[in-house]
Design a protein around this ligand. Structure first.
Ligand code: NAD
Length: 503
C-alpha cells in the first residue's frame, strides 16, 4: 500500500480511459476538460494531496445538454425491446469490469473494497431490473363514457439531471441512471466534485455496451456552478437530487424558478427501536450494521438507537463490544470493515459532533475523542445516556456514531422516533408481531424494517418523509417519476358527435 492515492487513482482511472491526460466530464462520448476553478482532492487514508482537475463549468454543461437532447431522439426512436436489450448489455459490461470499478471506487471514496465490490454488483442488478421493465411499462386504456377510445402513453421527459453525493457514487449511477434511460430519457449526472471517477467510468462502459453517445453524460465539477448551469438550461426537464437538506432546498428553488419538477432524496436521523422482548444478540448485530456499515456515511443509518430501559445496559454493552471488534484499515485491504471517512470536511464535522456529545453529557461507551493524525479514521463510537434533545440525537452526523436513548413504553418510543425533522428510515426489534406492525405503521419514515436493518433493493421504492425529501426513485415507482402521461382520444363514431356551428 506504499503507492500514493494519486498513483493508484491515475492507474485505476487509466483502465477506463487509456491515454487520458486529465480528468474531465464525459460528454457526447468524450472526456472533455473543464475550464472552471481547480478542484484538489485528498487521499482519505493518509490526508495527503492526490489528483486535481478543473470544474466543468457552464460551457461544458451546455454541451452536455445538447448532446443529451440529440441522443435522446435516437434512443426514444428505438423499440422498447431494443432499449431493454441494450440495458442488459450494460449490466453485463459492468459485471465484466466489476473488480476494476470496485478498486476505483475504494481508492476515490475510502470505502472498504468488500463494500465497493457489492455495490458494483448492485449497479449491474439495477440495470437488469430496469432492462426487464423497458418493454413492460406502458399506458392504459380508459373506459370513458363516450364513443371514444381513450388511452394513455407514458412518455419520457427528455433530459433529466441527477445531482448526487459522495458517499455512494457508483451505486448512485445505477439507482439514478438505469430507470431514467429505461423509459426513454437521456441523463445528465453531476456526481459530487469529490468522487466523479466511477460515474465517468460506468458512463464510458455503458456506451461501449451500446448506448448512443451522449445519452448519459457525466459532469465533473461543483454544484453551485455546473449543476446550477444545467438546471438553468431549458433542455433539462426534471431534476433529481440526492444530498443534504440545505442543498436540496437550493435545488428546489432553482427548479421552481425554471418551472421544472424535482425529486429530493435527503438526509436522515433514523430511529432503530429495540423492545425488551427482542432477540438482543440479533438486535445488537443489527444496530452495529445499521450505523457502522459504510463507516456511518449512509443516509439510512440507524443513528438513534432507542432501547427499552430494562434491557438498555445489556444492549449497550453488546453493541459497544461489537464496535471495538470491527476491523479498521486501508480501503483496499479485503479484511477492512471500517475505512477512513471519505473527505476532510466530513471528518472534521464528525469529530466536532463527538466532542459536542461529550460536552453535553453523553457517555462514550465505545470510541474516543483522541483522534490520530494522518488519515481520516474515526473509531466506531457509541454514546450512552443520550436524551433526544441532545445535539448528537438531532443533527445528522453521517459517521460511525450511535446515540443510545432509553425509553419505557411503546408510545414513548414512537414519540421519540417521530421527534425529528427527518423521516427517511427506521426499524423495530420485537418478538410481538402485533407491536411490530403497530410501530411500523406509526413511525414517520419512507423505509421501515422489522427485526432487521439496512436491506434495500432496486425492486422496492425508496424515499423520504418530512425533511428527508419527496418522490420515489427506485422500484416501479421510479418509472412513474421519470415519465409523463399523455391522454390520447380517438373518435370511433360513424357520424359527428359534436355539431358546433352546424345545427
Ligand atoms: P451535498 O448536499 O453537500 O452535495 C450533494 C450534491 O449537491 C453534490 O453533487 C454537490 O456538488 C451538489 N451541490 C452542492 N451545492 C450545490 C448547489 N448550490 N447547487 C446545486 N448543486 C449543489 O451533500 P453531500 O455532503 O455530498 O452528501 C451527504 C448528504 O447526502 C447527507 O445529508 C446524506 O444523508 C445525503 N444522502 C441522502 C441519500 C438519500 O437517498 N436520501 C443518499 C445518500 C446521501
Amino acid at each position: 500500500m506504499e503507492q500514493s492515492k494519486a498513483g493508484f487513482l491515475v492507474a485505476a482511472f487509466a483502465e477506463f480511459f487509456p491515454g487520458a491526460t486529465e480528468i474531465g466530464s464525459y460528454v457526447g462520448g468524450k472526456l472533455i476538460p473543464g475550464s472552471g476553478d481547480e478542484i484538489q482532492l485528498f487521499d482519505p487514508a493518509t490526508g495527503e494531496k492526490s489528483v486535481s482537475y478543473r470544474d466543468a463549468g457552464a460551457d461544458v454543461a451546455a454541451l452536455a445538454c445538447m448532446a443529451a437532447q440529440e441522443a435522446q431522439k435516437t434512443w426514444w426512436g428505438m423499440t422498447h425491446a431494443a432499449r431493454g436489450r441494450t440495458l442488459f448489455a450494460v449490466a453485463a459490461k459492468i459485471r465484466e469490469h466489476g473488480e476494476a470499478l470496485a478498486r476505483l471506487e475504494s481508492i476515490s471514496t475510502g470505502k472498504p473494497i468488500r463494500d465497493s465490490r457489492r455495490e458494483a454488483e448492485m449497479v449491474a442488478e439495477m440495470f437488469e431490473f430496469y432492462a426487464g421493465w423497458a418493454d413492460k411499462f406502458h399506458g392504459d386504456v380508459i373506459a370513458v363514457p363516450t364513443t371514444h377510445l381513450n388511452y394513455t402513453r407514458r412518455e419520457p421527459y427528455g433530459t433529466i439531471l441527477h445531482v448526487t453525493p459522495w458517499n455512494i457514487p457508483i451505486l448512485s449511477f445505477g439507482w439514478q441512471v438505469a430507470p431514467t434511460i429505461a423509459v426513454g430519457n437521456a441523463a445528465l449526472l453531476k456526481p459530487s466534485e469529490l468522487t466523479p471517477f466511477t460515474s465517468l467510468a460506468v458512463a464510458s462502459l455503458a456506451e461501449q455496451a451500446g448506448l448512443p453517445a451522449g445519452l448519459v453524460n457525466v459532469l465533473a465539477g461543483y454544484g453551485h456552478t455546473t449543476a446550477q448551469a444545467a438546471i438553468a438550461n431549458s433542455i433539462v426537464r426534471k431534476v433529481v437530487f440526492v444530498g443534504s437538506p440545505a442543498t436540496g432546498a437550493k435545488i428546489a428553488e432553482s427548479a421552481a424558478r425554471h418551472l421544472i419538477p424535482c425529486i429530493l432524496e435527503l438526509g436522515g436521523k433514523s430511529a432503530n427501536i429495540v423492545f425488551e422482548d427482542a432477540n438482543l444478540d440479533m438486535a445488537a448485530i443489527g444496530a452495529q450494521a445499521a450505523v457502522y456499515s459504510g463507516t456511518g456515511q449512509s443516509c439510512t443509518a440507524g443513528s438513534r438507537l432507542l432501547v427499552q430501559r430494562r434491557v438498555y445496559d445489556e444492549l449497550v454493552d453488546k453493541v459497544a463490544d461489537g464496535a471495538r471488534r470491527l476491523r479498521i484499515g486501508h480501503p483496499l485491504e479485503s479484511s477492512t470493515e471500517i475505512g477512513p471517512i471519505s473527505n476532510r470536511g466530513q471528518y472534521e464535522h464528525i469529530k466536532r459532533m463527538i466532542v459536542a456529545g461529550v460536552a453535553e453529557g453523553a457517555q462514550l461507551a465505545a470510541g474516543t475523542t483522541d483522534f490520530e493524525p494522518g488519515g481520516y479514521y474515526v473509531k466506531p463510537t457509541l454514546f450512552a445516556g443520550v436524551s433526544n434533545a441532545m445535539q448528537v440525537a438531532r443533527t445528522e452526523i453521517f459517521g460511525p456514531v450511535i446515540a443510545a436513548i432509553p425509553f419505557d413504553t411503546e408510545e414513548e418510543a414512537i414519540a421519540i422516533a417521530n421527534d425529528s425533522e427527518f423521516g427517511l428510515a427506521g426499524a423495530v426489534w420485537t418478538n410481538d408481531v402485533g407491536r411490530a406492525h403497530r410501530v411500523a405503521g406509526q413511525v414517520d419514515a419512507g423505509t421501515f424494517w422489522i427485526n432487521g436493518y439496512r436491506s434495500v433493493h432496486v425492486a422496492s421504492p425508496f424515499g423520504g418523509y418530512k425533511n428527508s425529501g419527496y418522490g420515489r426513485t427506485s422500484g416501479v415507482e421510479a418509472l412513474y417519476e421519470y415519465t409523463q402521461t399523455k391522454s390520447v382520444w380517438v373518435q370511433t363514431a360513424a357520424t359527428p358527435t359534436t355539431r358546433v356551428g352546424r345545427s
